[in-house]
Structure formats: C-alpha cells, structure tokens
Design a protein around this ligand. Structure first.
Ligand code: CO8
Length: 257
C-alpha cells in the first residue's frame, strides 16, 4: 500500500513512523486510521523490526482528531469514528515489539491518546500535552478517559480532562505522563539510542516483558504472577540459557531472531 499521511522507515531493526500532515498539525482523519491499520499489520509480520518509534512532522506530534471531518458527523458516525480510533490504538498497544512515542510538539486530544497507546513517551521541551475536548463540547473518544487516569492517577487526569489545560513537557514529566524530556534537536537521537539499547536485549524476553506487564495490568495480581512464571519458564533452555551462558562465559549473547 502507498501511504499519503504516514512515512514509514526501517533501519537496523528500528522502525520509525512519521505522521506527516503538517498543514493540519497532523490531525487524525479516516485516511490516517486506514493507513495505520495497514502499517501495523505489515509491521506485525516483519521479523526484522525490534522497536517502533512514532513521531510527527513539523510543530505537532498530533493536534487531535480532525475537527473538520468530525463536525459533519452525526451520533452513530461519531461512535463509529471513536471505535475505529480505539481499535487502531488497541492494535498499536498490542504490537509484540515495544513502541516509543517521540513527542516533538503538540500532543492534544487524539494526539495525547495516541501517545498514551505507545509503551512510553519521550518528549521534546517544545511538546505540549492536553485533552482539550471539552473546549469543543466533546469528550475524548480514543480511550483517553481510560488510559490517562491509569498513568497519572484520577485527580491529575480529571484536572486535565476538565480544565482542557495544555501542559508543557516538564509538567507532563512531573505527573508521569512522559518518561523523559530532552532538547528538540536531541529528541530523535535519544529515542533511537533507547530503541537500540532495547533492540540489543533478548528479543523474546523483550516481547514477553511487554506482554506480561500489559496483560498483568488488566488482570488480577495472582493471574499476572501465574502468567509471569509461565513466560519466565518458557525462556529456559532457549534465549535465557544463551543469555546466562554468555554472562558466565564473559561474552556477548548471540540471540536468535
Ligand atoms: N483538526 C483539524 N485541523 C486542525 C486541528 C485539528 N485537531 N488542529 C489544528 N488544525 C489546523 C488548523 O485549523 C489550521 O488550519 P488552517 O491553516 O487551514 O487554518 C492548521 O491546523 C494550523 O493550526 P493553527 O493555525 O490553529 O496553529 P496554532 O499554532 O495557532 O495553534 C493549536 C495550534 C493550539 C494546536 C490549535 O491548532 C488548536 O487548538 N488545535 C485544536 C486542538 C484540539 O482541540 N484538539 C482536540 C481535537 S478533538 C479530539 O482529538 C477528540 C479525539 C477523540 C475523537 C473521537 C471520535 C469521535
């Protein structure tokens, strides 16, 4: 498929997906979701890809869902558009490889929701976060009401959701919405460096850490621990054996794909 909004790249196991609709601050429209779904299917089948980085072109990461498209919708179309976004972001979250949001600028509404569907967020000092939907007489529709309180706690989430305040990267770091803030010119370098470090680890272990942690968060503690033990055990005699032997033999592990 040829992409018009997404610019995908893959080098040395690191996939970079740039959202490129800068004239509308990368606002998310139906075409974006169609392209994202195709891209995620392709990426899931690509054994070369070890980490995905998502970023935006220009001064925005993503300034929200496309208001000019939404304004024409009726209730059932609004529900369908919301579900389309929720499903696409769930598929992103369910990718077996880690996903880093490189937040270069505005991450508002659906843009903040997209960043939250990534595994963690590295922000430029220029980034601004917010859920401004109530300014438009709307509420978030891509699981923002559900993910935000899980990351920052219910009070900070409701503060952001109810005031529609735009917060700078430093404040997003303080409340735990982002994990690191760097100068704008260092953003991609930092994300690539983190991605490379992750890509150098045991590939099966990396995928299992993501899956066990994410599934565990959605289940009972004991069920999560049972899953952890099972996946821990599954690495013995395989990748874990190679990693432990390499440590004892003072050499670099030789991972299989
Ligand atoms: N949708 C469509 N177009 C947009 C959007 C958007 N979300 N954001 C910006 N644009 C467009 C502007 O209309 C403008 O277009 P034009 O040049 O044709 O007038 C262009 O991008 C540049 O924007 P500005 O001139 O406004 O740039 P500024 O630097 O002055 O301001 C802001 C930047 C502060 C980011 C400002 O553009 C803004 O407030 N944007 C809207 C932010 C917003 O409200 N986002 C939330 C949208 S709602 C949402 O995301 C809900 C998600 C769930 C949906 C569920 C489905 C039903």
């Amino acid at each position: 498929m040829s992409y018009t909004i997404l610019k995908p790249a893959l080098e040395n196991g690191i996939a970079v997906l740039t959202i490129s609709r800068p004239e509308a601050l990368n606002a998310l429209n139906s075409k974006f979701f169609e392209e994202l779904n195709h891209y995620l299917k392709d990426l899931a089948g690509n054994v070369e890809a070890k980490v995905l980085i998502i970023t935006g072109e220009g001064k925005a990461f993503v300034a929200g869902a496309d208001i000019s498209e939404m304004v024409e919708m009726d209730g059932p179309q609004g529900i369908a558009f919301s579900k389309k976004g929720q499903q696409a972001f769930a598929a992103l979250e369910a990718l077996s490889i880690p996903v880093i949001a490189a937040v270069n600028g505005f991450a508002l509404g659906g843009g903040c929701e997209l960043a939250m569907a990534c595994d963690f967020r590295i922000a430029s000092t220029l980034a601004k976060f917010g859920q401004p939907e109530v300014n438009l007489g709307l509420i978030p529709g891509y699981a923002g009401t559900q993910r935000l309180p899980r990351f920052v706690g219910i009070a900070d989430a409701l503060y952001l959701l109810l005031t529609a305040d735009m917060i700078p990267a430093a404040e997003a770091l303080r409340i735990g919405l982002v994990q690191k803030v760097v100068e704008p010119e260092a953003l991609m370098e930092e994300c690539l460096s983190i991605a490379k470090r992750i890509a150098s680890k045991g590939p099966e272990a990396v995928k299992k850490v993501k899956r066990v942690t994410r599934e565990g968060m959605l289940s009972h503690f004991d069920a999560g621990c049972t899953l952890e033990s099972r996946e821990f055990g599954s690495l013995f005699g395989n990748e874990g054996e190679e990693g432990m032997r390499a440590f004892l033999e003072k050499r670099k592990p030789s991972w299989q794909n």
